[in-house]
Design a protein around this ligand. Structure first.
Ligand code: NAP
Ligand code: ZN
Ligand code: ZN
Length: 351
């Protein structure tokens, strides 16, 4: 199969920094869209994967699954997109399209396994897929999203993962007016969770370990803010919340949040720390509580989320970086020192 050589940024091993490298993309096949990448958000999953914290990284690894770019070429059967369109690609680039879940627009749960944008099996070129820290990506049009015209393309990039990963569970657990929702961990995912839950009409309580975010979480849309290290502040919310969305990337006490749920309340984990989180039996027995999880969202729901964000003028609060600052950005991500999402200006890769 003919390929295009493109510049990328990635790493050869868990303990090595990211650096410039060359990769290949396939030439468009009939259903493919070729995209020049303009911006790519930096998700904590990029860091978990680059450093092999989930123990299944294939190297070399080029992360990046919050991609916004411009269509520069389309295959002859492409109907949804044309050259010049501003489009997005999120965490998946393929799935079987035939199983029960694919047919229900739940490609993320494909029985054969969805093909992740990076670190997934590449059925066209062999080996594995490479993500958005690169000049170009070639993707089947089914997995390409329309970015609403009124949204700033750089600030919309994080919607492709952080946006859908918070929108999907909030929809699934019917969040809306009359519901009190806790959002835990005000990073890339958490700050989107606040904005989206608020736009859905919920009463939003933000839980943060960072004093500097305490002061400004209300600006993001939170009705109340809790410094989670303060036991008194936590105790005031015991048994008060209908739903908790936990977007923390590291070890923390999940029982402290299960304790905040009302009877029949649910806590959905979207954060994916490296090690297991112990759950005390009585944290869920008392109050018939549910401890659940959620993974990104299907393609139709991702488009629904983008359209919802377009209607409500919701984008991410971003800090734009040069690709050469990516290793430093990872260190800052580990210190919860970003407000609230790094986005790489991909023009800096070509410079
Ligand atoms: P992020 O920007 O680094 O945010 C994580 C937040 O967690 C931090 O800002 C911090 O919030 C809090 N935190 C960090 N360390 C903590 C600790 N030791 N104790 C308590 N709180 C801590 O990361 P992200 O990109 O939003 O991703 C969050 C997690 O979701 C990652 O594990 C990522 O892999 C995962 N993820 C899952 C899915 C999915 O489909 N389920 C999709 C994308 C990402 P405060 O400063 O407010 O305390
Ligand atoms: Zn992500
Ligand atoms: Zn499938």
């Amino acid at each position: 199969m003919s390929t295009i050589a493109v510049k990328a940024y990635g790493t050869q091993a868990a303990e090595k920094p990211l650096d410039q490298m060359g990769i290949n993309r396939r030439e468009v096949t009939p259903h493919d869209v070729e995209i020049d990448i303009l911006y790519c958000g930096v998700c904590h999953s990029d860091l978990h994967t680059a450093r092999n914290e989930w123990h299944f990284t294939m190297y070399p690894c080029v992360p990046g699954h919050e991609i916004v770019g411009r269509v520069v070429k389309v295959g002859n059967h492409v109907s949804k997109f044309k050259i010049g369109d501003i489009v997005g690609v999120g965490c998946m680039v393929d799935s079987c399209r035939e199983c029960e879940y694919c047919k229900e627009d739940l490609e993320q749960f494909c029985e054969k396994g969805n093909i992740q944008t990076y670190n997934g099996p590449d059925k066209f070129l062999g080996a594995h897929t490479f993500g958005g820290y690169s000049e170009k990506v070639v993707v089947d049009e089914h997995f390409v999203l329309r970015i609403p015209d009124n949204l700033d393309p750089a600030a919309a990039a994080p919607l492709l993962c952080a946006g859908i990963t918070t929108y999907s569970p909030l929809r699934h657990w019917n969040i809306g007016p009359g519901k009190k929702v806790g959002i835990v961990g005000i990073g890339g995912l958490g700050h989107m969770g606040i904005k989206i839950a608020k736009a859905m009409g919920a009463h939003v309580v933000a839980f943060t370990t960072s004093e500097s975010k305490f002061a400004e979480a209300k600006r993001l849309g939170a009705d109340e803010v809790v410094l989670s290290k303060d036991e008194k502040q936590m105790a005031a919310f015991a048994g008060k919340l209908h739903f908790v969305l936990d977007a923390v990337s590291a070890q923390h006490d999940i029982n402290a949040y299960l304790n905040l749920l009302r009877v029949d309340g649910s806590l959905a984990l979207v954060g994916a720390p490296e090690h297991p989180l112990p759950v005390a039996a009585f944290s869920v027995i008392m109050g018939r509580k549910s401890f659940a999880g959620s993974m990104i969202g299907g393609i139709a729901e991702t488009q629904e989320m983008l359209d919802f964000c377009g209607e409500h003028n919701i984008v991410s609060d971003i800090e734009m970086i040069d690709i050469r600052q990516i290793n430093e950005a990872y260190e800052r991500l580990l210190k919860s020192d970003v407000k609230y999402r790094f986005v790489i200006d991909m023009a800096t890769l070509k410079a």
